[in-house]
Design a protein around this ligand. Structure first.
Ligand SMILES: *Cc1c(COP(=O)(O)O)cnc(C)c1O
Length: 351
């Protein structure tokens, strides 16, 4: 039994069925097929806005290409220090932007605040040719710590970045999980709050391998057709990607999948909060639970064969650091997490 990540499981059966259906017949290649065209229309309706959509295979490609589209090589991209773009993309954002610099910033629960952004901007002098120029701010929704930004918080971050004209990117690898928690519309969580470009996650939500880069201003999308092809992310059998999103988005399947994952996470979080030797590092707001685990609890989990990641404690509140022998454990739930597995984890942690 493992709670390592929401990409340890395969795809939702509905996504697999859509892929199988898209396998039939002869269709235009390179994303000009009906499946991909329909998905673009679905995204426009979903976001209640004109959108330029580019489907890719990985989240790293989505983030790196999205950021490259809104920065110049001498640009700076402000990000949380635990952000996937800083920690888990092997320099892809720097590479695909031809050298833009990631500026990593701290924040409890992997969240940035307007104050942190404003402070960082004072150290990046506008117009000084000795320095990189602040051009983009990227946030993750839900964050790497399973917390979420409310629309008003996103708007406040954009406001802090606006005097310097920064564009706002959202890494939405867990977009659906954040959305069902907040209960707002996709529009409220993005362009209405100032997001310029979004990496819309499919894979962790239940696709096999599909992510979408969504621009809310077609001007920013101008270069993307070349960038995506240059990065080897323009699939000739583009229907493969279109079909995956069709399978996810039809009948709000993507929201049902995210709701299941979040519900399982909340069960574990609530059980721990009720009284246990383990404690919640911060509130569980999506499909991930972060628990401070004393040594005895770690041993019980190990003996029971329950897998989780030993996570960096950097984003813990300074007033609640780890004590001797404690670790921060990350438990991730997916659309396929079995309730009985969560029960067993709860019982094991309770001791
Ligand atoms: C999983 C994940 C991604 C995508 O990663 P790939 O392995 O490149 O598909 C992007 N951002 C976040 C926050 C993630 O958790």
């Amino acid at each position: 039994m493992d709670f390592f990540s929401d990409n340890s499981v395969g795809a939702s059966p509905r996504v697999m069925a859509a892929i199988a259906a898209a396998n039939d017949g002869s269709l235009s290649s390179y994303g000009k097929d009906d499946w991909t065209q329909r998905v673009e229309e679905r995204f426009a309706a979903l976001f209640e806005h004109e959108v330029s959509v580019f489907l890719v295979l990985t989240g790293t490609a989505a983030n790196a290409l999205a950021l490259a589209s809104i920065t110049r090589p001498w640009g700076a991209i402000l990000a949380h220090q635990e952000a996937h773009v800083c920690e888990d993309e092997c320099g892809a954002p720097e590479f695909f932007s031809d050298g833009a610099k990631l500026v990593d910033l701290p924040g409890v629960g992997a969240k940035l605040t307007p104050g942190t952004v404003t402070e960082a901007l004072t150290h990046l002098r506008a117009g000084d040719f000795h320095q990189v120029q602040a051009q983009a701010l990227t946030i993750t929704q839900a964050t790497e710590c399973g917390t979420v930004y409310a629309p008003a918080e996103i708007a406040a971050l954009k406001q802090a970045a606006t005097p310097r004209g920064l564009k706002l990117h959202m890494d939405g690898a867990r977009f659906a999980n954040a959305l069902v928690t907040l209960g707002c519309t996709p529009a409220e969580m993005t362009w209405k709050a100032g997001v310029d470009v979004l990496s819309f996650g499919g894979t962790k939500n239940g696709a096999l391998a599909a992510e979408a880069v969504i621009f809310f201003d077609p001007a920013h999308a101008e270069e993307m057709k070349w960038r995506r092809k240059r990065a080897g992310q323009t699939l000739s059998k583009g229907r493969l990607l279109g079909a995956q999103f069709e399978g996810l988005l039809a009948d709000d399947h993507w929201l049902d999948l995210a709701r299941h994952a979040n519900t399982q996470a909340k069960r574990l979080a609530d059980a721990v909060a009720k009284g246990s030797q383990a404690r919640l590092a911060w509130p569980c707001q999506a499909n991930e639970v972060f628990l401070v685990l004393p040594p005895a609890t770690q041993q019980r989990l190990k003996a029971a064969g329950i897998g989780y990641y030993d996570w960096s404690p950097r984003s813990l509140p300074t007033e609640a650091p780890l004590k001797d022998g404690e670790i921060l454990g990350r438990f991730v739930m997916s659309f396929a997490t079995k309730p009985e597995d969560v029960e067993r984890a709860i019982a094991t942690i309770a001791g």
